[in-house]
Design a protein. Structure first.
Length: 157
């Protein structure tokens, strides 16, 4: 059995939307590219055809990945989340003890990660290190660069 994947409702919706877009729009676009490329003649020397087939493989692999993630998703109910401890789905305001700098992050499941600076995953060193801790606690977190020390200032939903 595959591992259960914790997700916020927003993250689940985003993945469903991406899957729908891939199935309804992107698949059609790639099929059209393949159809047009076939018209260019000999497929053995047709770089447009090769490129379109590679794109098709990437799209299909992403669809398969998304379907698997959604099948194994456990959506976090905000009503069941607590502001007593840091958990997936909560927002945490922390103080970097070394640099005396405050930061705020939403803890999200690993499949929800994105490039924004306001989220961290539950599988990242900092995210994993903060899980289960309470307001007022000072947490030492081992990261590749050494050990970081954070004080948890606030936990919200």
């Amino acid at each position: 059995m595959a591992n259960e994947i914790l997700m916020t409702a927003e993250g689940y919706k985003a993945l469903k939307d991406e899957l729908e877009d891939l199935k309804t729009i992107k698949r059609g676009e790639v099929s059209e590219k393949i159809r047009v490329a076939r018209g260019f003649g000999d497929l053995s020397e047709n770089s447009e055809y090769d490129e379109a087939k590679n794109e098709q493989a990437i799209v299909e692999a992403r669809i398969q990945t998304l379907e698997e993630q959604l099948k194994n998703a456990k959506i976090l109910d905000k009503g069941q989340l607590s502001t007593q401890i840091v958990s997936v789905g909560t927002k945490v305001r922390i103080l970097d003890m070394e640099f005396d700098e405050e930061m705020e992050y939403r803890i999200v499941g690993s499949v929800e990660s994105n490039q924004s600076m306001d989220t961290i995953t539950d599988e990242s060193p900092v995210g994993r290190g903060l899980l289960g801790h309470k307001v007022g606690e000072v947490v030492d977190i081992k990261v590749p660069a050494g050990v970081l020390q954070f004080k948890i200032l606030e936990i919200t939903l």
